[in-house]
Design a binder for this molecule. Sequence first.
Ligand code: ZN
Length: 485
Amino acid sequence: METQKLAQRRRPGRAAAVVVIVLAGLLLITAAVLALDARHVQFYMSGGTEITVPRGEPYEEPGVRAAAVGRLTGESEEDLPVLVRGEVDTGTMGDYVLCYEASTMLCRYSAERIVHVVDRTAPEITLLHSEDYMPSWLEGYREEGYIALDDVDGDLTDHVEIEDRGDSRVYTVTDAAGNRASAVRQLPYSIGRPTLRLNGAESLAIDASFTFLDPGFTCTDARGNDLSAYVRCEGEVDPAAAGEYTLRYGIENAVGERVEATRTVTVRPLRNPDVVDPDGKLIYLSFDDGPGPYTDRLLDILAQYNVKASFFVTCLYPEYAACIGRAFREGHSIGVHSASHQYRRIYASEEAFLEDFEAVQALIREQTGQETRLFRFPGGSSNTVSRFNRGIMTRLSERMSEEGYVYFDWNVSSGDAGGTSSTEQVLQNIVDGCSARRVSVVLQHDVKEFSVAAVERVIIWGLTNGYSFAALDETTEPVRHRIAN
Ligand code: ZN
């Protein structure tokens, strides 16, 4: 009985110990589980941790969710309440920090978001315009003014950059935050671009003469102003030189815009008749001492006007000997002048003269395939330079005539052998000389460039004044001087 009681008393004591042990065990397990679980707050931030908001626009909080999360227990089903600290003033640029807080297991957790309030507004450009301003094309556009304002930087007018692009002017300005604005003005002066109209045909053909009157042009702007005085003409027409000419008319305004027009003028050579009237007014052009460097050009001019002339040739410039052949084939007369043109040698004796004469004749034969019966004495038949040999000119003129040769002097001297070296004077001398007689034999030297330069005008003058041109031949009534030795 006694022992049974004892045993009965001891039983509850043991049970309590077991309970304590079990509880302690449970506590330990719970602590271990909690430690392993590492429960904390997880923030879910919509919109990211950095947000940019344009100045002046309302800041709309994208929202933050917070949840308790454990490694073992996972995420709690219900969100935790979130406390937001901080404010954003979108009226003032700057960086604002928003702090989000939530607690779990008596611990407080936080997260941050930065909100950048920035200037996204471009400046505004206002182009000024005055109704009564009408730009002129010629002077160019005069800026009417502009204003550039920025909500942050204020007046940016001084920072506006201007660029002209053809018919428009572009204004640009950038504020401190890099916002760029631009405005475009259609330049009204382009609308007023003038017209440049040629009077008469764009392509003119005129006969060679001494005058050319440009029919001109009319230049008016869109408002009807006469701008002709500002038109410049490039190029010139020489009406006394056959060929093609281009006249370029242009007007340019202050900004380099050009309006242009072009005219071509053809100066047509006149045409000497194929058959000349022997009783009419006649000019025999004759050229001594060549051929030389200008003979080809001379032949070109003669060919253009269908003028035949006479060449009394020498052997002085052998590199141009081919001109003798060309002149012959083109219908000009070829006569002997002198091989050496040295009076002392030529007029030393009749034999010396004939030897010199034959040298030229050989060159003519070589170039033309035939001999000539025409010649001109060096210095002319009236020369006195041969007086060192008394009577040589008398003897030579008789002997040469007997042998069937015909010599020609001249009755119009161009003066190009020493009297003048001016093309104008050569022309004047010939015009004066020919005007005074019905039949003229003109003396020129085709080794003188300034003299050759007068020939085209001599021809134009002759043809427009009733003269015809012809080449000397054996049947021509010779023009001769009085022999003076
Ligand atoms: Zn001569």
